[in-house]
Design a protein around this ligand. Structure first.
Ligand SMILES: [Mg+2]
Length: 312
């Protein structure tokens, strides 16, 4: 901990964009910044480079675990920005977002301070087992599956599967019972102070936090360090992003094939035509260029990413 955190954060959040109000971008990963099936993010790489140049933090806000996210942060070039993992149950702070007085916990060897404002995963697992027994429900939770079973469900490699199974604040489960029993689970968890949200492939059980509350936590942290509130933009494609999209000033609902309704009762919502990372770029362009007046620029043409040469 040093006394210069505020200054360091100034570099990370204000930088050269002195004429613009500071902006934080919170984004879902699967089906949003990353393609739902291939995990490709190249269509968003132009905007990611530009946002880095403009010192606008892009904050991954995901159902992934911290272990899954660490390598992705490097790949996406987002190691200077905070992250929200496990649907809001885990918040990671790089040095420039740490606060000498508020963060008493020591940083991990990679310099991150990790916050878990929710219940821990062991408590959640014990409650789920009791509820399943008592109400005669059929589901399988990740903590009791073998690596092979989880690999089959996710289609991930062995290392990635192990990272997905390294839980800290939430437990995914596969539902194997009817809708009436699902309602029963919802209700019983609610009485226990636990939430059930739907992800891409699993249902997720966690404490009374969500992506939106975690985003607000980071906005409050920004305010504690800088003394003023930033503007916020949220992007997501699924029902587990609704709390995030409701919490941000501007929102992007990225088109998806899941067929779930994405209701949002607020004015600043843009719904994309394109899916995945193309939709991500479409949504960022809408808000930053059309609404916030950023200069129109085609970052791919001005500064082509190395592995995008085939498009030029
Ligand atoms: Mg998603």
């Amino acid at each position: 901990m040093n006394g210069k955190q505020g200054d360091a954060m100034g570099d990370a959040t204000n930088g050269p964009a002195l004429n613009k109000p500071p902006l934080l971008i919170f984004t879902d990963l699967d089906g949003s910044l990353l393609d739902h099936d291939t995990y490709d993010w190249q269509p968003a790489s132009g905007w990611l480079s530009r946002l880095e140049r403009e010192a606008v933090p892009v904050i991954p806000t995901t159902s992934k675990t911290r272990a899954e996210l660490l390598a992705l942060r490097e790949e996406l070039g987002l190691i200077q920005t905070p992250f929200i993992a496990e649907n809001g149950a885990v918040i990671g702070l790089p040095p420039s977002w740490q606060h000498a007085r508020l963060d008493r916990d020591p940083a991990s060897p990679d310099g991150l301070v990790v916050k878990t404002p929710s219940l821990d995963v062991d408590f959640i697992r014990r409650r789920l087992d009791v509820i399943r027994e008592r109400h005669d429900l059929r589901f399988r939770r990740m903590g009791e599956m073998s690596l092979e079973e989880v690999r089959e469900l996710t289609g991930l490699g062995a290392a990635a599967t192990e990272q997905a199974m390294t839980r800290e604040g939430s437990e995914p489960l596969v539902w194997e019972d009817d809708e009436v029993k699902l309602g029963k689970l919802h209700e019983t968890l609610r009485i226990d102070g636990l939430h059930l949200t739907r992800g891409g492939r699993f249902w997720h059980v966690m404490g009374a936090v969500d992506k939106g509350q975690a985003a607000e936590w980071l906005v409050a942290r920004f305010q504690a360090l800088r003394g003023y509130r930033p503007r916020t933009l949220g992007l997501g494609d699924g029902p587990n992003d609704l709390a995030l999209l409701a919490a941000t000033d501007m929102s992007v609902v990225i088109a998806a094939g899941h067929g779930q309704p994405m209701p949002l009762e607020k004015p600043c919502v843009y719904r994309t035509r394109a899916h995945g990372p193309q939709g991500w770029s479409e949504g960022v362009s809408h808000w930053l260029q059309k609404e916030l007046g950023w200069e129109t620029e085609f970052p791919d043409e001005r500064q082509a990413p190395e592995n995008d040469a085939g498009d030029n």
